[in-house]
Design a protein around this ligand. Sequence first.
Ligand SMILES: Cc1cc2nc3c(=O)[nH]c(=O)nc-3n(C[C@H](O)[C@H](O)[C@H](O)COP(=O)(O)OP(=O)(O)OC[C@H]3O[C@@H](n4cnc5c(N)ncnc54)[C@H](O)[C@@H]3O)c2cc1C
Length: 591
Amino acid sequence: MTYRAPVADIAFTLKHSAGLKRVIEDGLYDDLSEDLVDAVLAEAGRFASDVVAPLNSVGDKHGTPLRDGAVIMPPGWQQAYRAWAQGGWNSVAAPAQWGGQGLPHALNAACIEMWNSASMAFGIGPVLTMAGIEALAGHGSADLQRTYLPKLVSGEWMGTMQLTEPQAGSDVGALRTRAERADDGSYRITGQKIFITYGEHDLTDNIIHFVLARLRDAPPGNKGISLFLVPKYLLNPDGTPGARNDVRCHSIEHKLGIHGSPTCTMVYGDGGGAVGYLIGEENRGLNCMFTMMNNARLAVALQGVGIAERATQQALAYARERRQGRAADGRDASPIIVHPDVRRMLMTMQALTRAARALSYATGVAIDRTHRGHDGADRKAGGERAALLTPVAKAFSTDIGTEVASLGVQVHGGMGYIEETGAAQHLRDARIAAIYEGTNGIQAIDLVTRKLPLAGGGAMKAYLDELREIIVAVAAVNDPALGSTAARLGEAVDSLDRATAWLLGRLDSARDTALAGATPYLRLFALAAGGTMLADDALAAIRMTGQGADAAPRIAAARFFAENLAVQSSGLERIVVDGADSITEAELAVS
Ligand SMILES: Cc1cc2nc3c(=O)[nH]c(=O)nc-3n(C[C@H](O)[C@H](O)[C@H](O)COP(=O)(O)OP(=O)(O)OC[C@H]3O[C@@H](n4cnc5c(N)ncnc54)[C@H](O)[C@@H]3O)c2cc1C
């Protein structure tokens, strides 16, 4: 079963619960029209479904073998990548000054979901190029920008993001890759990076590495990290790729999933040091990297949404075809979709996917407000909202990516465990997204320790107020089809409010207790917020009844989420508040 991009669903969520329509009406995007948004989504959906999706299993089976230092990408990938770049898909949200289309990040977010539904291994490569563009456009010198941005924006060259070393994973400050100042103002980079996505490949003529390294006289830890641009090929005076730089791929990893994405160990300085160019200031590299990381985290969130969408489509198709067992009304050999337990699995898959989509797109809209807000206050509010939602979108979407893909295997029964259906590949592919771009544990800690205290707790309070306003509106429509949606969501948001206050009260006095509750808290946040966003979409559909919109499926999705998933919030609140005391090292030592 292949993938068909759910363009109408994507457009609806993007415009309504995620807020794109509101900010278009507010004039945030100049003359951007909803028609243009629809046209871009439709075209992206076509490319993702027709060109990229058929390559997904090819990439899985072929992998990315390394021969004589060169990575051979799977058959058909080079042509597809080039057609993708020529179609302008790398430059959707890139700055117009460098050849980009300057369209909203939120719109690009929807496109990123579709690339990753089509193939996660394909979709992750451009994410790193886009992140590199952000860092270079935000912090690079005019000369570096002029030299590298046009080719990165067009997708003619791809980028990589290089933080990880054997002793420096979650703790980036432990990195040891060395940078030495050279007489000509450039630097010489020596050291080793591991797990580098698309560190070597044959899709483009040059690869631009964004590398974190440390100067000899740098302060220890995070304050002594600098960011360098290191091209695979140094450039000739006319800007074309010339001599090979002193960086190479030493080996590639054999891994659980995303086999079409080469994961490389990179070695710098066999011949004395790779030529690198400083981005931003010395020892301020982490600042520049944060620009990359926030966008990359949203993109990884969208990988979770994308894989969940594809797994759901596949499970739904299978459940309509596979005949097994007797339906409650006595029909024999019915399609398994008649069984309530199968329907529960399918509805859970769909509801989790839609909630994760809404949260991720809302993060994209907030990022746009950060850049384009009407005034300083608007941009600040956008920045705080983006900061608050980014870890929630990243961790929730990637967790549900795995859960939904696993349910997809379950819906297939034994056939799900057999590679030929493709359901197993989705599960294998999905698993990495909860680990890279900051593990989900690190996201939860970021949410609790850095995001909740933003604006003295004001950023979170403003968000809770907005969620409550939506719930009041849901109660006010008084539609019996919504069941107890408003009541269940109200309880979920109350749980979130109390758990927030509890954690904020312990950040200084009992930090370990707060940290122990971070992961269940993030889930609680996502269930309360995601459920409310689905209800917001249902409200929009109800308002649009008569304009051709069918509100019933959105009402059903919101109700299912509220009554079956958001109700887990009270248990999660209990875990946050009461569960931490039983999480001790002593307990583990006994076992
Ligand atoms: C396929 C793949 C592709 C990748 N691509 C890239 C890439 O392109 N560029 C790049 O730089 N890196 C990349 N990575 C590396 C990835 O970002 C790291 O693996 C990830 O950040 C986790 O680091 P680690 O593996 O060292 O795990 P560790 O940091 O050792 O973490 C192990 C466990 O301990 C937990 N933990 C660690 N520290 C804390 C803490 N302070 N508090 C609470 N829990 C903690 C983690 O949450 C995790 O569960 C990739 C990895 C893989 C597998």
